[in-house]
Design a protein around this ligand. Structure first.
Ligand SMILES: Nc1ncnc2c1ncn2[C@@H]1O[C@H](COP(=O)(O)OP(=O)(O)OP(=O)(O)O)[C@@H](O)[C@H]1O
Length: 372
């Protein structure tokens, strides 16, 4: 099967890493070291091979090593399907994140065409019990992994909605202006809805009949009217009808920006938010593995998986099952944990890297695996 893997990763003045370089093959990467050593920072650097603000959703300046006031840079060699790309991403102090692919300046969305990156971070443990915004972001990342063009649709929708919200706040009553913006929102919104539904269908298919130790998560969209839109015409009509209500509120109250994602532990028929902490984690892992299996078919290679502190939350049996499934999938999964023993089951199936904190910042040491 074709691969998607980082075969080199270099960091310069990135968070706690003054300078770091890893030379890798396509196997999973097991990263261990004490709290605060700089493991998550490494995953964050890898997450910048996808469009957006990375797995911490940080501003570009926040990622610059402090103190210093210098910019940062992350460089990687990405083996994607049967091609090799050199990807550079960086930010100057006070500047936005820049991207260059094979020496040519590129928009961030271009990253989505050569790489697919999915992640699970401890903050997502509360995904099913906290606000809808996090779930929407999760849904859109899944959707983006299947359809890189989804990012453009979301940007177009948000831009038109911001302008419409300004009209609403300023009590402007120019129907032509409203109709023009609503037309743009409806076109982008219908695409957003269709992309999301297609992504959920792909996930459902990838979960059905899969041999996995993780529970099937049944996903559905919910939310106020228009959250899961039909066609562009229906959506445009809903926006026009809602003008009075929206003007009273000073913002757009219905539309795909209000969608929520609901999950159910399918075998038990219990909503994810009512499941135990361990079950909720298992549902997320199940979804990310299903997403990976679907992408292996659709994109042609499994995605890069960034799994922060995933091993610590699983019992030994589940952990071994996760490693087996990742290896069967053939994904370059980057996993972090505090000690090497968490990754012993992986043995030579993974590359093991120790992160240590030294006087000058974080440092990396590739190490031989401790055998099972
Ligand atoms: N911009 C920055 N400049 C310098 N150091 C930073 C910056 N941002 C974060 N750090 C440092 O990076 C370290 C945290 O790194 P990271 O989150 O990668 O730790 P970790 O190894 O994943 O730890 P844990 O096991 O606790 O999750 C902290 O010591 C923090 O102070």
């Amino acid at each position: 099967m074709a691969e998607l893997a980082l075969t080199e990763l270099s960091l310069s003045q990135f968070r706690s890493h003054p300078r770091a370089r890893l030379v890798l093959d396509a196997r999973p990467v097991a990263i261990f070291g004490p709290n605060g050593a700089g493991k998550t920072n490494l995953l964050e650097a890898a997450s910048l091979f996808s469009p957006g603000r990375g797995l911490r959703r940080a501003a570009a300046d926040e990622m610059a090593r402090a103190p210093g006031g210098l910019g940062w840079k992350v460089t990687g060699v990405l083996r994607s399907l049967h091609q090799v790309h050199e990807v550079e991403t960086w930010a100057e102090p006070g500047g936005t994140r820049q991207v260059r692919i094979d020496g040519k300046p590129a928009a961030q969305v271009a990253l989505g065409r050569i790489a697919r990156v999915l992640w699970l971070v401890p903050a997502m443990d509360r995904l099913w019990i906290e606000g809808a915004e996090g779930r929407r972001r999760f849904l859109d990342r899944i959707t983006l992994s299947f359809e890189p063009g989804h990012g453009d649709a979301v940007l177009a929708y948000d831009k038109a909605m911001r302008e419409r919200n300004r009209l609403l706040k300023d009590q402007v009553r120019d129907v032509h202006w409203f109709a023009a913006l609503e037309g743009q929102m409806a076109k982008a919104g219908a695409a957003i809805g269709a992309n999301r539904r297609a992504a959920l269908d792909r996930l459902a298919a990838a979960q059905a009949g899969a041999e996995t130790a993780f529970p099937h998560a049944a996903l559905t969209l919910s939310g106020p009217e228009g959250a899961d839109p039909g066609g562009a015409d229906d959506l445009a009509a809903a926006f026009a009808e809602g003008r009075g209500r929206d003007m009273a509120a000073g913002r757009t109250l219905a539309g795909p920006h209000r969608v929520d994602l609901e999950a159910e532990f399918a075998a038990k028929g219990v909503a994810a938010r009512l499941c135990s902490t361990g079950e909720q984690k298992a549902l997320l892992i199940s979804l990310i593995l299903a997403n990976g299996r679907a992408l292996a078919q659709d994109f042609g290679a499994p995605p890069l998986l960034l799994l922060d502190e995933v091993a610590a939350h699983l019992d030994a049996g589940r952990r071994a099952a996760l490693y087996d499934e990742i290896c069967a999938l053939g994904a370059q999964a980057w996993m972090t944990g505090t000690g090497p023993e968490l990754f012993a089951d992986l043995g030579g199936r993974a590359q093991h890297v120790e992160v240590v904190e030294e006087a000058g910042g974080s440092a990396l040491r590739p190490v031989a695996p401790i055998g099972p």
